[in-house]
Design a protein around this ligand. Sequence first.
Ligand code: NAD
Length: 254
Amino acid sequence: MEIKTELAPLIDILHKTKRVVVLTGAGISAESGIPTFRGEEGLWKTYRAEELATLSAFIKDPRLIWEWYDWRRGIIGSKDFNPGHQVLANWEKLFPAFHVITQNIDGLHQKAGSYNILELHGNIWKLRCTEEETITENHSTPLGEIPPHCSNCGALLRPHVVWFGESLDPSILQSAFALSSSCEVMFVVGTSAVVQPAASLPLSAADSDATVVEINPDPTPITPYADFSFRGKAGDILPRIDGELSLINPSGEE
Ligand code: NAD
């Protein structure tokens, strides 16, 4: 299949499109200053994320894992959304059905004003009781207590995120596949597309004849399935697409 790299044919398609899904990964938040896992700044002390983001690492040393999350919460809490997040929040008003499916746990899509979001891997601002499974929001940076404990039962709290080797919430996953297989256009933005099952969502869209648009400075395993591939930063490419869309559709109406 020929992969297109020009904007004009995509704008023509978008102009007729009603159902859009955007799958985002750590790359969309890179320009906000949040390190990706696979980028060079993705290391903490000498650990790789794969060594820390696991249930066995948490059971072995909850303090260490919470120190890492406290460090990440500190970074994320000091950052803001960028023009890439902003465009996606605006598009929620532009397209009749528009959803973001994110692998990110940083909450920056919400901060930018998006509402229709499926968080596949949880949210770093939510804590879950390891006994009662209750979820609470906590935005303190740094955390008052490391590791934190449930105020109700005293058990350890864990980050409400999906760790390597853990299953995703089946209802969220089901909704993500339903959206992906019924959209007309799927954008795949800033994901290395190596973490499953998220990496299968664009394939499900492609199988259902959606137009797949990848935005990433580097090629990924999704690239061969993409109809359009824009090699660049989300914070540059998304505003460019948005700018062209508004030229054709300046009122922002359908
Ligand atoms: P990843 O780190 O594996 O890959 C990031 C991708 O983004 C790469 O393909 C890279 O080329 C691309 N990229 C880098 N800068 C970009 C930019 N400016 N614009 C567009 N693309 C850019 O990330 P992943 O695929 O999301 O998978 C890693 C896992 O790590 C996910 O499960 C995610 O939950 C987690 N994670 C989340 C955050 C976050 O919440 N911000 C940060 C790090 C890791």
